[in-house]
Design a protein around this ligand. Structure first.
Ligand SMILES: Nc1ncnc2c1ncn2[C@@H]1O[C@H](COP(=O)(O)OP(=O)(O)OP(=O)(O)O)[C@@H](O)[C@H]1O
Length: 472
């Protein structure tokens, strides 16, 4: 949320009284980091020494006039927005300042709500510019600054590594993050990692909001005052307060009821909320990260998810690919989960048969990584000694075919068409050749996986391939 500042606002004015009142206005509106400077000649040195998110600049000052300083700041620090505040209501000067790169221009006395709205916008712009810079430098170097923070997310997939770079760039932002992806792909793990590298000192608080009615949702998030409803015999702190200075992770956001959607939207817009039974609002200071395996765009289209809430939540967003689209991760994950299971059961890790990863490579994993983890833990619990048996995996996977990929019907039809005689059925040999070619193609040429798709042993596939070569 924008009230969590990363860098200070610098207020420059030769009148001490204005410096004092402006910093009080900013601090009480939730911007605690404020620097003040009454001598304009010191400003460039301050900017060289430390990062500043925004400059509020008086125009008429002795020694170095604000207009000259504005030009120096925009030339040397184009990423810092400058809001000009002046006693003179001159249209010409306002135009000159905007031409010189000012973010906005105010005439004193400035109404605090207008000034604060512009300060918020300018800070958001500064945060976005920093993210773009960080993202570009990550893309150019191809590396990560927090390699070890991502270590719990086991992967060697290229798409996942690009996702890590994006997450590292947006982690310090206070704007919401939407994490989407099928069930069990690791959305919560990603949310925790983003929190760990965000620099936020408060805790990571997670809650699954599926099935919460509006009253329970409000009470869980916002808490209540004593006597707010029958049975509220004590004041209760909500999760937003518990996550102060940290991250509040709302899982299954697609299941949020319409009335709760309005409340969450208000929280994101105003950065404040009312505990049940309270008449004064409380400021919120938790970054909101949400996750869902539902298609929020389709839900917006059918009216079951508010558009305005979607756009607020998706300031940053990431889609985690399913395990079947990153099969190269299966061997790493299998090793990792066997280590984990052996440690948790205080048993020795079994010898893993080499055909296991081939076999798992044929399965579509509708439950993704959670499903793979459960299979490994189950196999480990049943294992007695020596080489691991595949029986525990066979029970779940059964016939290792994923219907969408391996249904023979489309190419049997194709074969009839290709043969130029739509009425003739393909021969057994034509069908076998086509099935083998198709299995090899979906297995990327891996004979172990192709044989599992075909329901035969690797040796049997090899024999057939050799026979075909001899026939040709
Ligand atoms: N890349 C990974 N490396 C290691 N463990 C992982 C990885 N991805 C997920 N896991 C583990 O898989 C399990 C499921 O992950 P997680 O709960 O983060 O998924 P999810 O997408 O949030 O699921 P859901 O949609 O059901 O809430 C957890 O035990 C998690 O630690």
């Amino acid at each position: 949320m924008p009230d969590q500042q990363t860098f200070p606002i610098l207020v420059v004015d030769d009148e001490e009284e204005i410096l004092f009142t402006t910093s009080i206005t900013l601090r009480s509106a939730g911007f605690p980091l404020v620097l003040t400077e009454s001598d304009s000649r010191n400003v460039m040195e301050i900017l060289a020494r430390q990062e500043v998110a925004l400059v509020l600049l008086d125009l008429y000052m002795p020694h170095l006039p604000g207009y000259e300083l504005l030009k120096e700041i925009t030339a040397n620090h184009p990423e810092i927005p400058v809001i000009v505040v002046t006693a003179a209501n001159e249209v010409g000067m306002a135009v000159e300042c905007m031409k010189a790169g000012a973010f906005d221009y105010f005439v004193k006395p400035v109404e605090p709500p207008r000034l604060l709205a512009t300060v918020r916008k300018a800070l958001e712009m500064h945060a976005l510019r920093s993210q773009v810079n960080s993202l570009s430098s990550h893309i150019l170097t191809g590396g990560l600054d927090n390699e070890e923070a991502f270590a719990p997310i086991i992967t060697r997939n290229r798409k996942m590594h690009s996702i890590f770079q994006y997450l590292e760039a947006i982690a310090p932002s206070n704007q919401p993050l939407l994490v989407t992806g099928e069930t069990g792909v690791g959305k919560e793990l990603v949310a925790r990692t983003v929190h760990n590298i965000s620099g936020r000192k408060g805790p990571f608080v997670a809650v699954n909001i599926a099935g919460l009615d509006d009253m329970v949702f409000s009470d869980t998030l916002f808490g209540h005052r004593k006597g707010a409803f029958t049975g509220a015999d004590r004041q209760r702190e909500g999760l937003i307060a518990k996550a102060a200075g940290g991250t509040l992770f709302l899982d299954e956001i697609g299941d949020l009821q319409p009335s709760s959607q309005v409340k969450l939207l208000r929280l994101l817009q105003e950065q404040e909320y009312y505990p049940l039974g309270a008449d004064t609002p409380v400021r919120a200071d938790a970054r909101i990260v949400v996750a869902t395996n539902r298609d929020l765009k389709a839900m917006m289209a059918d009216g079951s998810f508010r558009k305005d809430l979607y756009y607020r939540l998706s300031a940053h967003q990431v889609l985690i690919p399913p395990l079947r689209d990153r099969r190269e991760d299966i061997p790493l994950l299998v090793e990792h989960f066997f280590d984990e299971a052996a440690a948790s059961l205080s048993r020795q890790k079994p010898t893993i048969p080499p055909e296991l990863t081939c076999y798992l490579g044929t399965y579509a994993f509708p439950g993704n990584i959670r499903e793979l983890r459960a299979m490994v833990f189950d196999a480990m619990a049943r294992h007695e000694k020596g080489v691991l048996s595949l029986a525990a995996f066979r029970e779940v996977i059964g016939n290792p075919r994923s219907p969408a990929e391996t249904s023979p019907l489309p190419f049997l039809k194709g074969l009839r068409e290709e043969s130029g005689n739509a009425g003739r059925m393909p021969t057994l040999k034509e069908a076998e050749d086509a099935l083998i070619a198709h299995a090899l193609s979906i297995a990327n040429g891996n004979q172990g996986i192709a044989s599992a798709h075909l329901g035969i042993t690797r040796q049997a596939l090899n024999k057939r391939l050799n026979r075909r070569t001899a026939d040709e």
